[in-house]
Design a protein around this ligand. Structure first.
Ligand code: ACM
Ligand code: ZN
Length: 538
């Protein structure tokens, strides 16, 4: 039975089994692939002795292979991997790991069915997963666990949302208050967007620059690049709490303790959703300084500047913003944000970086076509089409397929699995401009590791197959069957997951019969969520 996720297009398996004793395991590297040495034991969980000639596991250099591609054979002679470099060999190793039929941790003998995989390679170059650590801070160990999980399923971009209204999570040496003040909040809104209850315990945490370097290196070893996201000019209340002067009105404010407009509106607070002032020179210096320090920590070509959901009301009333509009011959506040985005882009380009922003940034006049837009809104955005027509690239994260924090009834695993840009406002002629797909883990209502993995585990596998495998090799039914096998890996890795009834088959639950048979209400997700909560918290 083939149980691999993501599924290779060309795979054959036989009943025969190749077995070897862990303690006698040997590995042979062709010289060009010896760079994979360090990671072999880490991935496969046994100490391989290096030998020359025939071994249990043989890595063979094949220069005809694309960077991430590999071929793999398991037969009576052992396991042979063909690749042209580290990435291909690493992905082959992840496949080998999934072929082993026994518990990697405990069993003395490992075995895999005779298998032939021909030139397995990814559909998209960007196979991303995002984590929002502003709303809740998880820390290094959870991040490393997530990176291990991503690597196992051949995902290659970790999008790290490090700043937002509710917390600034990265040390910036030139602006120490960003973490001294901006990384702590006194309380957190509980429950959901409409809930007025607060948890009055403080929440804090941030990464030092040394922590960041450690995680970047850890990811690199696992073929994962990290794109940092630092949000400008909105979603920046934590920065404004630290440096009040960055806003249009220089008034004190706190790191936000609530996650939307319901709480502040109920309390009559109207100053909660302020932006950076785009008329002050000191704001431009601040933003460039922050970018310089962050860019130096992340070798990846891309840099995410957010740019979504920026309200215009402060800029409309601010004399400095209005002066900027006049001085720069701009029409209005939309063009003011565009002017700012163009400045960010110029600065990033000079550092050799490519700017990514949420699709709202595309409303900027005269925006460079080299910026990448992350398309999260469900509604057709005509600016995305214009951007594609200019040859601009996009990453797809439409929320009802890729917002993994959303209830399973709203963002179904099936949507992630069968995601096709053609059905989401991307004309066929521009398919080659789609860099790839990315799953988002916003964490307003996710406050511990189990909760995080509960929401993302099964969906991440669907994302992995959607982003790696060809359209023609996909079958949701078969994916659900293979998924059963992967629960074994979830357990081995300590990854919390939900029950199929609530995840894969969430839509089935809409039919009350099934809900009734499980003893839960039709508001199925919430019922399950409550039922299982204690277990997840442990
Ligand atoms: C977003 O969800 N505002 C990108
Ligand atoms: Zn202003």
């Amino acid at each position: 039975m083939i149980n691999l996720i993501p599924l290779p297009e060309k795979i054959k398996q036989q009943k025969d089994i190749f077995s070897f004793e862990k303690k006698n395991a040997t590995v042979c590297f062709s010289p060009r692939l010896s760079e994979i040495k360090k990671i072999v034991s880490v991935v496969l969980g046994c100490d391989f002795k290096e030998t020359e000639g025939s071994a249990v596991l043989n890595f063979v250099f094949d220069k005809s292979k694309e960077k991430e591609a590999y071929s793999l054979t398991v037969n009576k002679n052992g396991i042979e991997v063909l690749a042209s470099g580290y990435e291909g060999a690493f992905y082959a190793l992840q496949t080998v790991r999934q072929l082993f039929e026994t518990d990697l941790k405990n069993k003395k003998v490992l075995s895999a069915p005779f298998t032939e995989i021909e030139n397995d390679s990814p559909r998209y170059e960007w196979r991303g997963l995002q984590l929002d650590e502003s709303r809740h801070f998880f820390g290094k160990e959870t991040v490393k666990k997530l990176l291990d999980f991503m690597a196992m399923y051949k995902l290659n971009v970790f999008h790290w949302h490090l700043t937002d209204d509710q917390g600034w999570r990265i040390e910036i040496k030139k602006y120490p208050l960003l973490t001294e003040i901006g990384s702590k909040r006194n309380a957190s809104q509980l429950g959901n967007w409409n809930c007025l209850d607060m948890d009055y315990t403080s929440h804090e945490g941030f990464y030092t620059q040394e922590d960041i370097k450690e995680i970047v290196a850890y990811a690199k070893e696992r073929c994962i690049e990290i794109v940092p996201e630092i949000d400008f000019p909105a979603h920046s209340a934590a920065a404004l709490a630290a440096y009040n002067n960055l806003a249009c009105r220089n008034i004190p404010c706190e790191v936000l303790t609530y996650f939307g407009e319901v709480v502040p509106f109920s309390k009559g607070i109207h100053d909660w959703n302020r932006t950076l002032c785009l008329g002050k020179d000191e704001v431009y210096s601040f933003v460039f300084d922050v970018i310089d320090e962050v860019a130096a920590l992340f070798p990846f070509e891309y840099f995410h500047v957010g740019g979504d959901e920026a309200p215009r009301n402060e800029w409309k009333k601010c004399p400095l913003c209005q002066k900027k509009i006049k001085d720069e011959n701009l029409k209005n506040e939309d063009e003011l944000q565009g002017f700012f985005t163009n400045k960010l882009n110029e600065h990033l380009k000079a550092l050799g970086k490519t700017l990514i922003g949420w699709n709202e940034i595309l409303s900027a006049k005269g925006l460079d076509r080299d910026v990448v837009a992350q398309y999260w809104t469900l509604k057709k955005d005509p600016n995305v089409t214009k951007h594609l027509k200019k040859g601009g690239k996009i990453i797809m994260s439409c929320h009802n397929s890729f917002y993994f924090d959303m209830p399973h009834t709203q963002a179904k695993v099936r949507n992630t699995y069968y995601f096709n840009p053609l059905k989401h406002n991307v004309p066929e002629a521009y398919m080659s401009e789609v860099l790839g797909l990315e799953g988002e883990n916003w964490t307003e209502w996710t406050d511990c590791e189990n909760e995080l993995f509960f929401k993302l585990s099964v969906r991440t596998l669907a994302l992995a197959e959607s982003a790696w495998s060809t359209e023609k090799s996909k079958s949701f039914k078969d994916f659900c069957r293979r998924l059963q096998r992967h629960k074994f890996y979830f357990d081995a890795l300590g990854i919390y997951y939900g029950h199929d009834e609530f995840t894969v088959n969430a839509s089935v639950l809409k039919k009350t019969k099934k809900a009734k048979s499980l003893g839960i209400s039709v508001k199925n997700y919430d019922a399950e969520y409550e039922m299982d909560k204690l277990k997840r918290k442990k």
